[in-house]
Write a protein that binds this ligand. Structure first.
Ligand code: NAG
Ligand code: NAG
Ligand code: NAG
Length: 366
């Protein structure tokens, strides 16, 4: 990463200048419009952790939900975060930083599933009650261990209606009313068009809709588009509450098809709000390479999305000296860890004594 990626020295003064919000005044509906971002690529091409903290330390970003992904349920194996167990040292920085994000008021969720099949198969989470208990317990443990505040179910393989209903009900009963349960359908699946999940989202809404906070609807890759309000309106006219439909966008043309220029997206969102009063929010897939900042300044996407959704609502940052020291240490420990498996997010070699490219100590403000 380039040095400007880490130019965070002004953070302390920025955070101090922001008036402290009374969190008790925040009714659940005030999270709308949401700004949701998936965080999947955890390391850069040098094997160094990609810090998520600019999303709270840079100005003019009102991120509401960060979704750490992708958790995969492996048949006859253990749960993985991308290519490795989530407790692998590679992820020390990730799990230390999510604590800071939460303190700043950002909801930190996980996502299970995605493009790689397996998590929702008839042998795993969509299986017999015995199979379900085995694999669900891995998901349950990950939520507990990493203190995840919600789980996004990105079902991109056929799953039964009974299976998805069982999973939603179980998460709700195990984690209580404040736990955030979301799904990530392709947009067309919300109106009876092309789908990847098999089951019927309207029927799921009828069965357990009160347990589902919102949908991260994928308006890209040919399943919907936000270049105009048409596709979003097609979903809403099927009976969906627009406050529950977050418009998913790819954050760069590199991440898929159907990228929409930001002035165009702004015009679409404005039209939707004129018509329905509000929109559920904007979701971005994914953080590390978002335009317009690209690899060097991926948080700029969140600045643009905030300008579209709601300027001047910046989450709070609070970092003590002790926490900054721990973040510095976990960054070093992440980088020096040796990798047990191969894969795109694995450190290739032991890198001794590398100083973090994030100045955590400069963030101390409490
Ligand atoms: C989902 O798509 C498949 C074809 O790919 C279709 O058979 C099925 O009926 C669809 N499900 C719903 C609920 O529309
Ligand atoms: C979005 O469009 C509105 C007009 O509809 C305009 O006032 C506003 O400045 C635009 N915002 C951005 C971020 O482009
Ligand atoms: C934070 O990093 C340290 C290593 O510096 C590690 O021992 C600890 O488990 C990490 N915290 C979490 C929650 O992963």
């Amino acid at each position: 990463m380039k040095p400007e990626f880490l130019a965070l020295g002004l953070l302390g003064s920025l955070a101090a200048a922001v008036p402290v919000q009374d969190l008790t005044l925040r009714a659940p509906s005030s999270e709308v419009p949401r700004l949701v971002l998936y965080y999947q690529t955890t390391h850069d091409s040098l094997g160094q952790p990609i810090s998520m903290l600019p999303l709270i330390t840079e100005k003019y970003i009102a991120l509401t939900h960060l979704i750490v992904c992708s958790f995969h349920i492996n048949l006859d194996g253990s749960i993985h975060l991308n290519d490795n167990p989530p407790d692998y040292p590679l992820f020390y920085t990730l799990w230390n930083e999510t604590q800071v994000m939460k303190d700043a008021g950002v909801k930190v969720m996980g996502m299970v599933g995605g493009a790689a099949p397996g998590s929702f198969s008839a042998q795993t989470l969509d299986g017999s009650d015995i199979a379900f208990e085995i694999y669900y317990s891995q998901l349950y443990s990950a939520i507990v261990e990493y203190e995840l505040q919600g789980m996004d179910l990105d079902v991109e393989q056929p799953m039964s209606q009974a299976g998805i209903t069982r999973l939603v009900r179980r998460l709700r009963s195990d984690f209580g009313p404040s736990f955030i349960i979301t799904l990530a359908p392709v947009a067309s699946a919300l109106r009876g068009g092309a789908n990847l999940s098999g089951f019927d989202y309207k029927a799921l809404e009828t069965a357990v809709g009160s347990s589902i906070s919102f949908h991260n609807a994928q308006f890209y890759n040919g399943f919907g588009n936000m270049a105009s309000p048409t596709d979003y309106e097609r979903v809403v006219t099927q009976g969906w509450n627009p406050q529950k439909i977050v418009a998913g966008q790819i954050t760069t043309p590199s991440n898929g098809g159907g990228w929409v220029p930001y002035d165009r997206l702004n015009a679409t969102i404005a039209a939707i709000r004129t018509r329905y009063g509000q929109i559920g929010g904007i979701m971005g897939w994914e953080y590390f390479n978002s335009e317009p900042g690209g690899l060097a300044q991926p948080w700029k996407w969140a600045q643009v999305a905030t300008a579209i959704l709601r300027p001047n609502d910046v989450p709070q940052l609070r970092i003590t000296r002790d926490r900054a020291q721990r973040l510095t240490q976990s960054w070093k420990d992440s980088v020096s860890a040796t990798a047990p498996a191969s894969g795109p997010d694995v450190v290739a070699a032991v890198v001794p004594d590398v100083e973090p490219n994030v100045d955590y100590m400069a963030m101390v403000n409490a």
